[in-house]
Ligand binder design. Structure first.
Ligand code: SAM
Length: 482
C-alpha cells in the first residue's frame, strides 16, 4: 500500500487516498470542535511583521475541518477571514483574461467533455495561423492583453509544434495599440521536453486541471485515450517544473467526485509542489461541470450548490493565501459577484468557448466546449467590476519582469506586491479605457483611477504612475510598468 509522503514524486504517495480518507474522518469528527476551529482560524489570520503582512496558510487537515464545519457563526467568520486575506494580498484588483480555443480535435474519451473522440456530430475545427491572427485581433479589439489557450489532445492534429506556432503568432500580432502580453496554456499533460519548449516560447502559467483526484473516479471518467493514465496526469506539474515552467495552475472539475475529497486532494497537491519545488501553485481554478453539446451535467452525482461553492472558495483562499484564484464564465453574474470578495483574483470576460468563436457574430456555436453562463461583453464586465469597487487589471508585468515562481511568491508573501501591482493595474486599466471602453465605462474608470492613485503608498511611484496615466490618456504611449 502507498504511504503518504508530500515529497514523493509518485502520484499515489503525494495524493494519498488513505491520507485523504483519514483527513475526511478527522474533519467530520471535529466539525463541531469550536476550540479547534477557532485555533485554525487564528493560525490563518494575516499578521503584520514590521511593514510586511504574512499569512501562515493551513494544512489540508486543518482546512478540511473548516470546510466540514456547518456552524453558521463560524462560516461567517471564515468568509470574513477570506475577505481579509484577499484584501491583504490582492487588494481590490481583479485580473482579466480570455480563453482562446485553438482546436477541438481530441483523442480522449472524457465523459464530461463534448470534445471526446466518440462525439461524431460536434463540428471539429482547428484554427489556421490566419484564423489565429483574426481571433487575436478580435480579442485585442475587445481590450484583452492576457489569454489562456485551450486545445484538445491529439498528437496528429494538435502536436506541440502546432501549439508553439500559435503562441508565436499570438505574440507577433500588434494591431492598433493592442498586444497580447501573456499567453497561459491549458493543454494536456506532456513530457519535460515539451514543457521546456513551451517555456522557451515565453508562456505564462501552465494550467492543467486534475479533473478529479479520486483515482477510481478518474479512471472511470477518462475511460480511453492518453488522459486515462492517472499517474502521468497527476505528476504533470512536476514535469512542467522540471522543464523550467515556474508558474503552474491547478484545478478540479467540481461535480465529478465528492467535493470534500477533491478539496483535500487539491491542497495536498499544493503542499507537494511547495515541498518539492519550493513554490506552490500560481493559480487554482474552480470549474463546475456545465451543460455542453452531448453532456448533461445532471448525470454527474456530485454537483455542489452555489452556497457550498462559495464556502469552498473561501476555504481555499484561507488555506493557500498567496495563490491566485480563477473563475470563468461557466458561472453566472450573480455567483461571480458573490465569490469575487471571497478570494477570486482573476476572471474571464467576453469569453467564447468555441474554436473560432471570437470572429463569429452570435453564440452558441457548433464547436463550443461548454455553455457560457456570463455572456456579457468585456466592457460590461469591466464596468460592473468597477461599480462594485474592484479595479479590473490588464497587468502582465510580473512574468515579463521575471517575477515568477518563488520570486513572485516571496514578493506576494511580504505584501510588497501592492507597491507595484496597484499602480500597474491602474496604468493597464487606463490603457483599456483610452483604447476600448464605452463612454460610460471610461467615465467611471477615470474617476476610479483618480481615487485609487491616492492610495499608492510611495510618493515617487504615485508621481510616475500619474504621469504615465496622463501619457496614456493623451497619446499612444503604452506598456508602462513597474
Ligand atoms: N485538453 C486539455 C486537457 O485534457 O487537460 C485541456 C483543455 S480543456 C479545453 C479545459 C478544461 O475544460 C478541462 O480540463 C475540463 O476541466 C473543462 N471542461 C471540459 N468539459 C467541461 C464541461 N462540460 N463543463 C465545464 N468544464 C468542462
Amino acid at each position: 500500500m502507498a504511504i503518504y509522503n508530500p515529497k514523493s514524486m509518485h502520484a499515489e504517495e503525494f495524493i494519498n487516498d488513505e491520507e485523504i480518507l483519514e483527513t475526511l474522518k478527522y474533519a467530520e469528527d471535529n466539525k463541531n470542535n469550536v476550540e479547534l476551529i477557532d485555533s485554525i482560524l487564528e493560525k490563518a489570520r494575516p499578521r503584520r511583521i514590521g511593514s510586511e503582512t504574512h499569512c501562515a496558510g493551513l494544512t489540508h487537515r486543518e482546512a478540511s475541518v473548516l470546510l466540514a464545519c456547518e456552524i453558521p457563526e463560524k462560516t461567517e467568520q471564515m468568509y470574513e477571514l477570506a475577505r481579509e486575506i484577499k484584501l491583504a494580498f490582492y487588494g481590490n484588483r481583479i485580473v482579466m483574461f480570455a480563453p482562446l480555443y485553438l482546436s477541438n480535435y481530441c483523442v480522449n474519451g472524457c465523459l464530461y467533455c463534448p470534445y471526446h473522440a466518440k462525439n461524431k456530430h460536434i463540428a471539429r475545427k482547428k484554427l489556421t495561423q490566419d484564423e489565429v491572427r483574426r481571433e487575436v485581433i478580435a480579442l485585442q479589439d475587445m481590450g484583452h492583453k492576457r489569454l489562456a489557450i485551450e486545445s484538445g489532445e491529439d498528437p496528429v492534429n494538435n502536436p506541440i509544434e502546432y501549439i508553439l506556432e500559435c503562441i508565436n503568432t499570438i505574440y507577433s500580432i500588434k494591431h492598433k495599440n493592442g498586444a497580447i502580453r501573456r499567453v497561459n496554456v491549458n493543454i494536456a499533460a506532456t513530457t519535460v521536453e515539451e514543457y521546456r519548449m513551451l517555456k522557451d516560447a515565453g508562456i505564462g502559467t501552465y494550467i492543467l486541471f486534475q479533473e478529479t483526484y479520486h483515482k477510481k473516479s478518474y479512471l472511470e471518467q477518462h475511460p480511453t485515450g492518453p488522459k486515462h493514465d492517472y499517474d502521468y496526469h497527476t505528476e504533470a506539474m512536476d514535469r512542467a517544473m522540471a522543464g523550467g515552467i515556474d508558474d503552474v495552475g491547478l484545478g478540479v472539475l467540481f461535480g465529478l467526485e465528492m467535493y470534500k475529497y477533491e478539496f483535500a486532494g487539491l491542497l495536498m497537491h499544493a503542499e507537494h509542489l511547495e515541498a518539492v519545488h519550493g513554490v506552490g501553485p500560481h493559480t487554482i481554478s474552480v470549474p463546475r461541470v456545465k451543460h455542453a453539446d452531448d453532456i448533461d451535467p445532471d448525470v454527474f452525482d456530485n454537483g455542489i450548490s452555489d452556497e457550498l461553492f462559495e464556502k469552498l472558495i473561501a476555504c481555499i483562499r484561507i488555506a493557500v493565501p498567496y495563490t491566485g484564484m480563477i473563475i470563468s464564465t461557466r458561472e453566472n453574474q450573480s455567483v461571480r459577484e458573490k465569490v469575487l470578495g471571497l478570494g477570486i483574483s482573476q476572471i474571464s470576460g467576453g469569453s467564447r468557448t468555441s474554436v473560432g468563436g471570437y470572429c463569429e457574430e452570435e453564440r452558441p456555436h457548433d464547436s463550443e466546449q461548454f455553455d457560457v453562463s456570463d455572456q456579457r461583453t468585456l466592457d460590461e464586465v469591466v464596468n460592473w467590476l468597477m461599480k462594485l469597487g474592484y479595479i479590473p487589471s490588464f497587468c502582465t508585468a510580473c512574468y515579463r519582469e521575471g517575477r515568477t515562481g518563488d520570486r513572485f511568491m516571496s514578493l506576494c508573501k511580504s505584501g510588497q506586491i501592492l507597491n507595484c501591482c496597484h499602480p500597474n493595474a491602474l496604468m493597464t486599466l487606463a490603457e483599456y479605457l483610452a483604447d476600448y471602453a464605452s463612454e460610460d465605462t471610461r467615465r467611471v474608470g477615470y474617476e476610479l483611477i483618480e481615487n485609487e492613485l491616492k492610495k499608492i503608498p510611495k510618493d515617487k511611484v504615485r508621481e510616475i504612475a500619474t504621469q504615465n496615466i496622463e501619457a496614456i490618456k493623451t497619446s499612444n504611449s503604452r506598456d508602462f510598468r513597474f
